[in-house]
Design a protein around this ligand. Structure first.
Ligand SMILES: O=C(O)C1=C[C@@H](OP(=O)(O)O)[C@@H](O)[C@H](O)C1
Ligand SMILES: C=C(OP(=O)(O)O)C(=O)O
Length: 413
């Protein structure tokens, strides 16, 4: 087995980290650029595999098949792109990707006039797009409580429909900042949608994106592991480069969450400096709008011994793995847990009980980059072995190189 042993620092933690840039912002910018005929200048595109896959698949116009691997945004955004631009393409991905639902998006694309056929199980990839003939539909309803990626995908393509599109979102909305990010990026590229979050409608006018220059910000989801590192270390001072004071990314919510877990974040003009402060004795967090932070915060609370109540984590079950189960399995190795107290609604994080100076604990990563990165900060307290560490390539390929600034890392078999 391929694994890394991470051991606790022997001196105060000091680091300056050039974070990976946001794969979410990058993947939107790439779709918008493609719709201008690739005439934009995109700066600081992410090195994340999800973004590199998007670049490759957009360029490879003659290929019959687009294999997105495990990239959710790439699957959802490209399905809408190929379907509504009338291209014939087989969309597929890893076995897990073929278990992640796409039925709501396909239904919407068919309503608009796209020909989409499932090649395996209905509602899931693989599928084939094969032409577009507008039905003239200019309004549709879609659930907003499964994945915001379906809505972002439709919104980005909507200006190219004959009369634009009004989306009526039903149910309790999740991941709203990701939709806002989409709409704000569309506006930068020259088409401005109007969202009414109370009425749960988004109106996108017909139009065309204009060539522009766009610079991608560093990734706040990737920043979260550094906040947790500071929260768990005895003495830490870390600067994260490339983050903006006002971000498009909802995961910048990590600043307020970690403020309660003992991390002071101060804007430096080129990013954020993280230092230590007093922590709360218990916390309550709703992850509806920032689901990718749940693993980071669960591990941090458990290891700091701060009891926490979590809501808004239902969508974790349909991500790279069932993240609720994965967190539970791995936290239990430390005597901690994530306990479902109200089914599908409310969870409690129970603190770790395992003593700190014992043998390394082996962490399974479930083909999920965030499992590897969320559990790594435990190395501030005790040795851990992270299995299949290469999973980080999905969003943050240089994570281990960066983490070697704060922990001794050695390969083990
Ligand atoms: O649009 C995006 O870039 C994303 C939206 C979120 O997914 P859901 O909308 O499925 O929650 C998030 O978890 C994912 O990592 C990236
Ligand atoms: C859920 C994630 O990504 P995606 O849905 O794009 O695969 C993630 O990066 O945590």
């Amino acid at each position: 087995m391929n694994a890394l042993l991470l051991t606790p620092p022997t001196k105060p933690v000091r680091a300056t980290v050039a974070l990976a840039s946001s794969k979410s912002e990058s993947n939107r910018a790439l779709i918008l650029d493609a719709l201008t005929g690739f005439r934009c200048q995109l700066d600081n595109l992410s090195t994340a595999r999800d973004t590199q896959t998007m670049i490759r698949l957009l360029r490879d116009t003659n290929a019959e098949t687009a294999d997105v691997l495990d990239a959710g945004t790439t699957m959802r955004f490209l399905t809408a792109y190929f379907a509504l631009t009338g291209q014939t393409k087989i969309m597929t991905g890893t076995p897990r990707m073929c278990e992640r639902p796409i039925g709501l998006l396909v239904e919407a694309l068919r309503t608009l006039g796209a020909e989409v056929t499932y090649l395996g199980q209905d509602g899931y990839p693989p599928l084939q797009t094969a032409g577009f003939q507008s039905t003239g539909v200019s309004e549709l309803s879609i659930r907003g409580d499964v994945s915001s990626q379906y809505i972002s995908a439709l919104a980005m393509l909507a200006p190219y429909l004959p009369t634009g599109l009004t989306l009526h979102l039903t149910g309790t909305l999740g991941s709203v900042p990701y939709m806002t990010m989409t709409l704000q990026q569309m506006a930068v590229f020259g088409v401005t949608p109007i969202a009414d979050w109370t009425a749960q409608t988004i109106t996108i006018p017909a139009g065309t994106y204009q060539p522009t220059t766009y610079a991608i910000e560093s990734d706040w989801s990737g920043a979260s592991y550094w906040f947790s590192t500071v929260a768990l270390a005895d003495d830490a001072d870390i600067e994260l480069l490339g983050l903006k004071e006002q971000s498009l990314q909802g995961d910048s919510a990590i600043v307020d969450i970690m403020d309660q877990l003992g991390v002071q974040a101060t804007y430096t003009g080129r990013g954020f400096r993280l230092t230590k402060k007093n922590a709360a004795t218990q916390i309550e967090v709703d992850f509806t709008n920032c689901p990718d932070l749940a693993q980071t915060v669960a591990v941090c609370c458990a290891m700091k011994g701060i009891p926490a109540t979590f809501t808004g984590i239902e969508s974790l079950k349909i991500k790279e793995t069932d993240r609720v189960v994965a967190i539970q399995n791995e936290l239990r190795k430390f005597g901690a847990d994530l306990v479902e107290v109200v089914p599908n609604e409310r969870y409690e994080v129970h603190a770790a009980t395992a003593s700190v100076n014992s043998e390394p604990v082996q962490i399974n990563t479930y083909d999920d980059h965030r499992m590897a990165m969320a559990f790594a900060p435990i190395a501030m307290l005790r040795p851990v072995v992270i299995e299949e560490p290469g999973v980080v390539a999905k969003s943050y390929p240089s994570f281990w190189e960066d983490f070697s600034q704060v922990s001794v890392i050695e390969p083990v078999s």
